[in-house]
Design a protein around this ligand. Structure first.
Ligand code: FES
Length: 149
């Protein structure tokens, strides 16, 4: 059992993320298995794992969500969204962890260029203006980011 906790910490260290990044189905099954075994999947990362002004994708800890969640960092604040554009449902990014505009003011959907406010997820420009990203509630405690629903 101790080995399993070590492996779980290894999983959370994001070292394995590139391995699974393009295998959403594998990730989905893996998370479901961990949840079934009763493991707490709520610890996502450290705030400092995300460069200030940038965003990063993480496996969504919900067993019912097969899309990544995006965590945006603004200073010590973090905001979470499901990686699904409200326009056509694609991932926002084409490249790994490429979510922000060059000036880091907006999340951008690289399919048709919709722009989203990092702190609200609201689309302010593009084909889905007025719509919003699906929010993921996060909590920060001692620099650690937790999924809270
Ligand atoms: S799918 Fe995102 S703007 Fe069209």
């Amino acid at each position: 059992m101790r080995l399993f906790f070590i492996l779980l910490e290894f999983y959370h260290s994001n070292i394995l993320l590139p391995v699974f990044r393009h295998k959403a189905a594998d990730r989905y099954v893996k998370i479901k298995v961990l949840l079934k075994l009763g493991f707490d999947m709520s610890h996502l990362c450290l705030v400092t794992d995300i460069k200030d002004g940038q965003a990063k994708a993480f496996p969504h800890p919900s067993a019912t969500e097969d899309r990544d969640l995006i965590i945006v960092r603004r200073g010590l604040n973090v905001y979470g969204y499901v990686n699904r554009c409200p326009h056509a449902g694609t991932n926002l990014n084409w490249q790994e962890d490429e979510f922000m505009t060059d000036d880091e003011n907006y999340l951008m959907c690289f399919t048709h260029g919709a722009l989203f406010e990092p702190d609200t997820g609201k689309c302010v420009a593009g084909p889905c203006a007025g719509a919003g990203l699906s929010e993921v509630k996060l909590e920060v405690e001692n620099g650690k980011v937790y999924y809270s629903g």
